[in-house]
Design a protein around this ligand. Structure first.
Ligand code: HEM
Length: 195
């Protein structure tokens, strides 16, 4: 959850227009006289698009978790004997140019108005062993992002692009942890001071 939030904020810092659009959406839906709440998050359609696009580009478990075939089976024409360890490359599936236009670019709009419906995305796996923490994770990421975007103006350190190098392994950490400059938004000062 924290890794995905860090990728999302990194992407927003490198795409200030998307950050402004998310802030405008929250201002219109929630205003600046109170903090965004968990009940608001489902109504923040663009914010959800940002989370989806982040999970498409940087799925926290890029190879899902290892599975093992419980019986001999055939997958995509390959014979898979019982007891074989199987890895699913969700990272490659999410960046497949046959499925996604401009697959390497951050374009949250591709998820707007159900446009991406039917496209195959599996950041939480699928089937019986699908991630049971999905709802909690999506709610947490949505709430944290919405609060950070509503309460603060964000800038890159010295204006330099945020480094997006990906670390290897079972998860997909940022090699260079995100550093950013945040300032309380003047319109939110009263709300923040009353906390
Ligand atoms: C962005 C956040 C998260 C992502 C991307 C994610 C992704 C995944 C993936 C890909 C799997 C493997 C699914 C498969 O075997 O095909 C998994 C399994 C699992 N996840 Fe998550 N997860 C996230 C957050 C969480 C949270 C917050 C919790 C718990 C509070 C959680 C609990 C679990 C558990 C217990 C399993 C094992 C399920 C099983 O094998 O039956 N996950 N997750």
């Amino acid at each position: 959850t924290s890794t995905t939030t860090e990728w999302a904020m990194s992407l927003l810092l490198n795409h200030p227009a998307a950050l402004r659009k998310a802030q405008a959406e929250i201002d219109a839906a929630v205003g600046t006289s109170r903090l965004v709440t968990a009940d608001d998050v489902p109504r923040l359609a663009y914010l959800q698009c940002i989370v989806s696009e982040t999970l498409r580009l940087y799925p926290a478990a890029p190879m899902l978790l290892p599975h093992q075939s419980s019986a001999d089976c055939k997958v995509g024409g390959y014979n898979v004997p019982s007891g074989t360890m199987l890895m699913v490359n969700a990272y490659a599936i999410h960046r497949d140019p046959a499925v996604w236009e401009r697959p390497l670019e951050f374009v949250p709009e591709r998820f707007e108005d159900g446009k991406a419906e039917g496209r195959f995305m599996i950041p939480f796996g699928m089937g019986r062993r699908r991630c049971p923490g999905e709802t909690l994770a999506l709610r947490t990421i949505g709430m944290v992002l919405a609060t950070l975007v509503q309460c603060f103006d964000w800038e890159r350190v010295d204006g330099a692009e945020v480094d997006m190098t990906e670390g290897g392994g079972l998860t997909i950490p940022k090699v260079v942890p995100l550093e950013a400059v945040c300032r309380p938004r003047p319109a939110m000062r009263d709300v923040l001071q009353s906390l």
